[in-house]
Design a protein around this ligand. Structure first.
Ligand code: GTP
Length: 598
């Protein structure tokens, strides 16, 4: 152990700029991973991450690097997620580092998460090493991108390393820069223990594993420890490092990054950002913590088969124990029965949780359209937060509805500025700033209602910019808005799970749009189905689905029995995500049709 030979660093980048690929190259180069095929993209562990090609959970690995000066260094590479939903995880990973590699795609330039992550790194006082990746691409333009980094971020990029993670170009140069430019950690292994908790998860073999950065002191097995914020005390089971596989060690000392286990029952018992100290020789004060994470997007999750409610309950409880960003509470819907109102960091987090629940717990779920949390001032002087449109109190009890707003930064090529501004206007946005980053690229800053973003902002932005825009946003505050609750009635019966909260000026339009969407997704039944949109008792739009006349199997000419059976099988498949509401079968798409606007 020699603290001067330790380097703790992260890789920060915009999505797809090559962070995982570069991490792989570094692992390979330092010999941490030899079996290349097997361990491809080792740092992205979860299945879903791999499939979607995104990093969610931060991982960490210890590497040995023999530098050109002949000295051997210990490098702790702490991975960070790359999606806006997970910026809080980036922030806490960075708190464990002294430096960061800023990876920018040399054919693309600075994007929203490049800047957002870079700010987080600067806030954490990290030494930042710019790396221009993908220089193998013919479209790479390192000089332009260097200039962008200087102009937008204000970082000296003249010595940026030119690399191709794909072809292994620049890997050694990057490692040399890590060793020579990033400072060694400071800290005293003899001082009272202060260890920062920056991640934890449940491991089926080890139980709860806590990831720590030792700032001062030494952590050893059998030591009695106390979590300074929660007050919980434990006896340390084991301590160790990731090589990348879990490996036990005798101790973790100041400057090191590693894990501890301590017979902790559930991930919830460990507060990320808390400081671990020694019970018998405690530190005077805890390390600065992190902002607690908060759910921002909500939706109802219901089992398609109501017999699966108990299974769903067990599943959300289990998931909750291991994902502090996920929240849930039981909810009852007249239309859908028993389910849960769940809270997520953002839309991607929502999709991932739903997918995990279905995949890991073998459930078939129906989700309602995502909603944000409204702050509602009531006439009786009280304030409530409403996350489920169906629970919005009646208009006459409401003094004022306040909607959450975000500050959004949009990076876009100049050619698309017009359409993006049009879109933001349509979404009730307020322009705060517009800045030319270079001749061709513009940074627009807007204040926008969060509910419009949850609705379909991403998709629309993508389509008006052909995928060339990138965004980052943060919640700012609540502002009064003229919102109304719109109900959907099917054959005169309100379907609570289809209620939405919409701006008054858009209600008519959205109402018409929604009923026509519903008309197209609700299959024809044996009787007529009337779909209505209403605000209070006022019907603002109406459509009908004509009754079914012909027998579906009629077109099989009555002859071929196997074909007939196949057709019926197919119908059954299609029914899986249907929910019987009154007498009407409503498919999953209906609940999400509110999301798709034209
Ligand atoms: P997230 O995990 O979503 O944050 O993405 P990432 O930044 O980790 O990107 P990843 O490493 O998955 O790379 C994105 C894509 O770029 C992949 O298809 C890579 O094969 C490709 N890529 C990465 N580095 C290079 C490079 O140096 N040159 C070229 N041509 N392609 C690269």
């Amino acid at each position: 152990y020699n603290i001067n030979k330790i380097r703790n660093f992260s890789i920060i980048a915009h999505i797809d700029h090559g962070k995982s690929t570069l991490a792989d190259r570094i692992l390979e180069f330092t010999g941490a991973v030899t079996d290349r095929e097997m361990k491809q993209q080792f740092l992205d562990q979860m299945d879903i991450e791999r499939e979607r090609g995104i990093t969610i959970k931060a991982q960490t690995v210890r590497l040995k690097y023999k530098a050109l000066n002949g000295e051997e260094y210990i490098l702790n590479l702490i991975d960070t997620p790359g999606h806006v939903d997970f910026s809080y995880e980036v922030s806490r990973s960075l708190a464990a580092c002294e430096g960061a590699l800023l990876v920018v795609d040399a054919s693309q330039g600075v994007e929203a998460q490049t800047l957002a992550n870079c700010y987080l790194a600067i806030e954490n006082d990290l030494e930042i090493i710019p790396v221009l990746n993908k220089i193998d691409l013919p479209s790479a333009d390192p000089e332009r991108v260097k200039q962008e980094i200087e102009e937008v971020i204000g970082l000296d990029a003249q010595d940026a390393i030119l690399a191709s993670a794909k072809e292994g170009i620049g890997t050694q140069e990057i490692l040399e820069a890590v060793v020579h430019q990033i400072p060694a950690p400071t800290g005293d292994p003899e001082a009272p223990l202060q260890a920062l908790i920056f991640d934890s998860w449940f491991d089926p073999y080890q139980g709860v594993v806590v990831l720590v950065r030792i700032v001062n002191g030494t952590l050893k097995p059998d030591m009695k420890i106390r979590m300074m914020a929660s007050g919980n005390t434990y006896e340390v089971g084991s301590v160790g490092i990731f090589t990348p596989t879990l490996k036990k060690t005798d101790s973790l000392q100041a400057g090191e990054v590693g894990f501890i286990t301590a017979a902790i029952k559930q991930v919830r018992d460990v507060q990320i950002g808390d400081t671990i100290t020694e019970e018998k020789r405690p530190a005077l004060k805890p390390l600065p913590g992190f902002k607690p994470v908060k759910s921002m997007v909500f939706c109802g999750l219901y089992p398609v088969d109501s017999g699966q409610y108990e299974q769903l309950k067990e599943a959300v409880e289990k998931l909750w124990l291991n994902d502090p960003a996920f929240s849930y509470e039981p909810e009852q819907s007249a239309a859908l029965g028993f389910g849960f109102r769940c809270g997520f960091l953002g839309l991607l987090h929502m999709e991932i949780v739903k997918e995990r629940l279905e995949r890991e717990f073998e459930l078939t779920l129906l989700s309602t359209a995502p909603s944000v949390s409204y702050k509602v001032l009531l006439k009786d002087g009280s304030t409530i937060y409403v996350q489920n449109p169906a629970q919005m109190p009646p208009q006459e009890k409401i003094e004022c509805i306040m909607e959450p707003r975000v500050r959004m930064e949009i990076y876009v090529p100049r050619a698309y500025v017009g359409p993006v501004m049009g879109l933001c206007d349509e979404k009730r946005g307020k322009q705060l700033d517009m800045k030319y980053l270079s001749q061709d690229r513009v940074l627009l800053t807007y204040e926008l209602p969060f509910n419009e973003i949850v609705l379909d902002f991403y998709d629309k932005l993508k389509s008006v910019t052909r995928g060339y825009a990138s965004i980052d946003y943060e919640l700012t505050d609540y502002k009064p808005a003229e919102m109304v609750k719109m109900d959907i009635l099917i054959n005169k019966v309100p379907v609570d799970a289809l209620s939405i909260i919409v701006h008054k000026d858009k209600a008519y339009y959205r109402g018409r749009e929604l009923v026509s969407k519903l008309r197209s997704v609700i299959p024809r039944q044996l009787f007529e189905v009337v779909i209505q949109a209403a605000i209070g008792s006022r019907v603002i739009a109406r459509e009908r689905v004509a009754p079914l006349r012909k027998d579906v199997t009629a077109k099989c000419y009555g002859g071929d029995i196997t074909r007939k059976r196949k057709l019926l099988e197919k119908q059954k498949e299609g029914k899986k995500r249907m929910k019987q509401v009154g007498r009407v079968e409503i498919p999953q798409e209906a609940f999400l049709s509110v999301l798709k606007t034209d």
